[in-house]
Every structure is written in C-alpha cells, then in structure tokens.
Design a protein around this ligand. Sequence first.
Ligand code: AMP
Length: 423
Amino acid sequence: MKVLLIGSGGREHALAWKLALSPKLTKFYAAPGNPGIAEHADPVALDIDDHPAVASFCLENQIDLVVVGPEAPLVAGLADVLRAEDIAVFGPSAAAAQLEGSKGFTKDLCARYGIPTGAYRRFSDAAEAKAYVREQGAPIVVKADGLAAGKGVTVAMTLDEALAAIDDCFDGAFGSAGAEVVVEAYLDGEEASFFCLSDGKTALALATAQDHKRVGDGDTGPNTGGMGAYSPAPVMTPEMVSRTMTEIIEPTIRGMADSGYPFTGVFFAGLMITAKGPELIEYNVRFGDPECQVLMMRLKSDLLELLHAAATGTLDRVAAEWSDEVALTVVMASKGYPGSYDKGTPIARLPQTSDGEKIFHAGTALKDGALVATGGRVLNVTATGRTVAEAKARAYALVDQVKWENGFCRRDIGWRAVAREQN
Ligand code: AMP
C-alpha cells in the first residue's frame, strides 16, 4: 500500500513510526514531515492548504491511503477533496469535523441523542450570555464556539471571570471563533481521554490516556498544548470504557450518520468522570498530541490495517490489540514556551534508545546537517514500563541524556497515577 501522511509534529512522527512497521506498506510519503518522520517516509514539498495539489500528488503517485494528522486541514475540507477523487482518506469530512470545529454543533448533537454532557446554552449576544451566567452562578464554563487553538475555554470559578470571558469572546479575542459562545455547566471529576476509530457506522475502541496541560510542575502555570501524557488512564476502568462506548460513542456515530455526516477517522473524546459516570467535555477529530505517542507505544496491531479499515468502511473486520504495559511521554519544550521562545537553538545530542523507548520529533529541523529546535514543543521522550512509576523513571533517564541547552520539561509527568499506584 502506498501511503501519504499529512503533518509535521510528534503525533505524526509516532504515526509514521508505527505505519512504517506494517508489512503492507510499500511506499511512504510525508508532507511536510520532519527529521524524525524522514527516517520512515520520503518528505514531499506539498502545500497542504492547497487541496487540489494534494489530490494531484495522490493521483500521480497512486496513493492508496492518506492519513491526516492535524485538525486544521480536516476542518478546511481536505478529506472531502480527496474523497471526491476516490482517494481513501483517514479523517472526517469538513461537515463531520464540526464535532471539533464547533462546540455548539457538538452540544446540540448531545442534546438530540441524550449523550451525557454539561447543561448548556448557545449565545450570539453578550448581554443574553451575561444574563444567563448571572442566573446560573459560578463556577461555570465559557467557551468560544470555534477553533481557538485551545485558548477559547474559560473555567470560571467566579461570576466576574465568567463575565470577562464573555466580553473577551465577543470583543474578538479569539477572532471569528468567538462570534458565538457556549456557556456550560461546570463538571467536577477526573479528566481522561478516550480514543476510538469509526468508519461511519462501526466503532472500534482504541485506548485511554491522560495528559498534563499546564506548563509547570504540580499542574501550575499557563495552559499549553500538553506537556506530557500516559496511557492507560487508571480512571478508565473497563466499566467506564464500556459506558463511554454505549452512552457516548455509539450515539454519536448514529447521530452523525442520521444527520448526513457519517464520521470517518478517530474520535478523541475528552471526558470528565463525574459521580454520574463519563460525561463528554469535547470531541477532537484527530489523535491527541502527545496522547498519540503513548498510544502508538502500546499498540500491538498493524496501524496501517486499522486506519485503512476505518477509511474504507471495513472496521468490523479488524481488531486492535494493546500491550498491558504503561507508556509515558515527557514533552521537552523551548525555554519560554508557551510564551515566546528562541527558534533554531541547537540540540547537541539525542541518546540511543532501546526497545520500549522512543524520542519523537515534534518541532525540529536539520540546519546544515545539525538538529535544531524550531517549535515550542520540540521532543517527546517516551518509554514503557510495567507501572507508571517504571515508565516515568525510564523516560526521565532518557530526558537526562538529551543535550539541549535551551530545552526544559516538567519533572512530574504521571504524578497522579504514580500516587495512585503507591496507595
Ligand atoms: P475543551 O477545550 O473544551 O477541552 O476545554 C479545555 C479544558 O477546560 C478541559 O480539558 C477541561 O479541563 C476544562 N473544561 C472544559 N469544559 C469543562 C466543564 N464543563 N467543566 C469543567 N471543566 C471543563
């Protein structure tokens, strides 16, 4: 099978590594890729925003499957353009990607199909939103409707914070993403991420993960794209997984199909495990980054076979096997992230890795043959172990061998799960 992978981050490096292990793979391209991905796939200089150019490349090179890593090209309709040319693609149509692209769309689907989620209202007027917030009281959650690079959500512990967040949205702090606002009940519990493939009609559960969004140890400081993750999520017991499938995922697949937007790709469900059970916080329509990295470390099955089955409506014929081990990843970022940081700083050394260890490239480039950091999040130092504590110790032992002066990381990834193991 000839495959084109779209993307250039740590998530795509993890997908590339796993896809490259498939005996079915005959030719592998990545656009644009990165130095880690280039160990597995030929980089192609394609403008991924130019959808017709991507389609032409696929037709000329007889690509059998396109795997789209990030959400932006999906929301922009890349999968639709490819499908119109009969090219198999792993990733939803623009209409189905509204599950991530519009919080209001998802909340309305939940309401129609009885999917457990926080009570909510949608607003396009600040005064009405404020009146509702005053009536409901704090804590309460204010969300810009559209894609706001993870920044459009305010979990307001006071009424004043909620009112200020409404002003921010309508004053354009999140651009057009904030033209509509969702106000949602605060959910109390432990968060977990659940991943599941869909081919439009069938669901195939993958695995669970937990991440750390804050930049500082002890989950303090500003929010980031994610500073580390581990899989599985201890809070996702077999009962919670089974309830998530029947109460959240299956009605979503039905709802999307009934609405004329069958969903092909991966559901990344952000859940709150409350006293009532799993409740949906949000959907993403692609693998999480860095959750994907820990999932790929634990996947024993052929990833290419699974993604191809999802893309071609044959998910009922495949199964996914997982290692019982824990995988944990530590994100190494450029000093200053998530604020401003220097670009192009040299990464002098990456350590050799053994089985069960991988360093994924998230934001690197080669400059005159030398590896440099180009992004905020730069490396995903990943290891497996029989316990979270063991995976954590192995990952940090590798971190300590990375020579990159401008890099930093949190030192406590997995702390909650490690504390749980010790109890
Ligand atoms: P989202 O972008 O919708 O995932 O929200 C970002 C983060 O805000 C989530 O990961 C949660 O930590 C938090 N959050 C979102 N919605 C709620 C809610 N209804 N109750 C409590 N926390 C929430």
